[in-house]
Design a protein around this ligand. Sequence first.
Ligand SMILES: NC(=O)CC[C@H](N)C(=O)O
Length: 361
Amino acid sequence: MSELKQVKLVLEDGTEIVGKSFGAFTSAAGEVVFSTAMTGYPENLTDPSFAGQILVLTYPMVGNYGVPGEELYESISQIFESDKIHIAGLVVNYYSEEHSHWNATKSLGDWLSEYNIPGIFDVDTRMLTKKLREKGAMLGKIVAEEDVPLHDPNLDNLVAQVSQPGVQHYGTGQHRIVLVDCGTKTNIIRCFLERDVELIRVPWDYDFTTLDYDGLFLSNGPGDPKMCTATIGHLQTALQQDKPIFGICLGSQLMGLAAGGDTFKLKYGHRSHNQPVKLTGTQRSYITSQNHGFAVDTDTLPAEWTMLFENLNDGTCEGIKHKTKPFFSTQFHPEAAGGPQDTEFLFDDFLKVVAEYKAAK
Ligand SMILES: NC(=O)CC[C@H](N)C(=O)O
C-alpha cells in the first residue's frame, strides 16, 4: 500500500470507526447506505442516483478488477453510467490496491482521487450493515484531517444538480421518445438506442408537454422525489393525455406523485442485484437490480392506478400502472448496469405500447 493514513467514519448515532484511507484524503458528509451487490462498482459509483450518499459495499474485497477506460457509444459513455463519480464517499472492508482485468486502466483508489472522493477501508462492513439495517440509513461522514458537519442530502434538490442542461438528441428510429433526465443512467439511453428509437433528452424541469413525441420516459435520479415539483407538474399534464409513459425508479415515484399518490422513505432502502419482485396477478417473479431509498405508498394510489410489481422481501411497491391508459413504471432497474438483465424486455413492452398507440391514432 502506497498510503496508509488513518481516517474515520462517524455516524449520526455517535458510532466512530477508524479505518485506512484510499482515494482522496479528504473529508465528506452524506447519507450512509449499503449495497449488497457483489460486483459493479464502476457502474454504481457513476450512477447519479447515488449523489450525496456514502456507499458501504458489503462484498468483502473491492478494487481487484480495477476501473475500465472510457469509451464512447454515440456521445455517451459505453461503460460508465454517467460522466463522473457521484457518490460522496466509499466504505469497504478490504481494498485491493492490486488490480487485474482485461479492460482495467487504473485502480479504484486512483479513480476516486481523480474526483476528490474519499474512501475508507479496513472497516467491519458486516457490523456496520447490521447497524444500518437495525437503525435505518443514517447521516454520516468520512473524516480525514478537517472535520465537516453532518449533512442530509435528501433536503437538497439533487436532481437539479445532476440533470444535464440543454436538449440533446440521440439516434434515429421510428419511435420518438422524450427522456426526462432526472439523473439518467446511460444504460437507459443505450437500451433505447438499441431499439429503433430517436431519443430527445430534456432537463428535469423542461416543459416537454409542448414537444412532438410518441412516448415519454422518466429516468432514475437521486434524493427525495418530492423535490421534483417541476417534473411532477409537467407530468400531471401528460397524464391527462393518452401518450404512453414509462418511468424507472425515481421516474416511478414521480408518476405515483403526479397521479395523486404519496411516497415514503424506506428504513434502509433496496440496493443490490438480486431483489425479487412479483408481477401482480401472476406467480411470476423476476430477480432485479435496485438502488432506491424511497417507495410509492400503494395504499395512497387513486382508484384508476394499481401496483404492477411487488417486492418479495418486504411487500413494498416495485412499480405501478394505470388501469386503462398506457402508463406504467418500475421501481427496479430493467436496464440493470450492473445487475441481471432479466427485465430488459420491459423496454420492448413499452415500445410495443408506443407502436399500438401510434397505429390507433
Ligand atoms: N435509482 C433511483 O432513481 C433512486 C430514486 C430515489 N432517489 C430513491 O432513493 O428512492
